[in-house]
Design a protein around this ligand. Structure first.
Ligand code: CA
Length: 223
């Protein structure tokens, strides 16, 4: 899953980005409304953390423009004060959730997990595909009851596919949702990661759909 953080407070931006990366997301960052609007308008983010008080273009305008252009990614707004009118304006501009500053990072992480699972049609943090279980809260992956250790890239790949299980996911889509802007994007590496992931999971849940991409088969591993 790939996220965008738009926050002009440098320290807070850095804290958000590092907490989100720690939690297994690919993260891009912007420090003003114009840059943030542009990234959100051109890159396919799974969710956005958007500050309301921003230089160059305020957060509400950024959000309204995205929504007017038909961009539907979940947006969590950061409001400076716990004022009811900020929240109402934010929701009316197209926000999906909000956190009032100052906040606990755990709350931002929990709200993002909720937005991501809702956007992909899941009801809990624990995603299950045949014998494979992935807990988006703890970052733990278990196959047939045995814990499996994955690298951050392998985890990100599996988490994206688990959120979208049953659907064919193309290599381009995976590249778009697994790597941040600065990453050297060579779509061949996706095949390498898929191969490693298959080996580590040890069960045949990732199906290759020739010419189209990959699909996690929820019925895999069943007798
Ligand atoms: Ca601000």
């Amino acid at each position: 899953m790939r996220l965008l953080v738009i926050e002009d407070d440098k320290d807070l931006n850095r804290q958000l980005v590092s907490a989100l990366e720690q939690a297994g997301y690919a993260v891009d960052q912007a420090h003003d409304g114009e840059e943030g609007w542009f990234l959100g308008d051109t890159e396919p983010y799974d969710a956005v953390v958007l500050d309301i008080g921003l230089p160059k273009k305020d957060g509400l305008s950024v959000l309204e423009e995205w929504r007017r252009a038909g961009r539907t990614m979940p947006v969590l707004i950061l409001t400076a004060r716990d004022r009811w009118s900020d929240k109402v304006q934010g929701f009316d501009a197209g926000a999906d959730d909000y956190v009032a500053k100052p906040f606990h990072m755990e709350e931002v992480l929990a709200r993002l997990r909720a937005l991501l699972r809702r956007a992909t049609g899941h009801s809990t943090n624990e995603l299950t595909c045949g014998p494979v279980r992935l807990d988006t809260k703890s970052g733990r992956v278990v196959v047939s009851g045995q814990a499996v250790k994955l690298t951050s890239h392998e985890y990100r790949l599996l988490a994206y596919m688990m959120h979208h299980m049953g659907r064919i996911v193309s290599r381009t889509e995976l590249v778009d949702h697994l790597y941040d802007q600065d990453f050297d994007r060579d779509s061949n590496t996706v095949e390498v990661f898929i191969g490693r992931l298959r080996k580590k999971l040890g069960v045949d849940v990732i199906e290759t759909v020739r010419g189209l991409g990959y699909r996690l088969d929820p019925g895999a591993g069943a007798p």
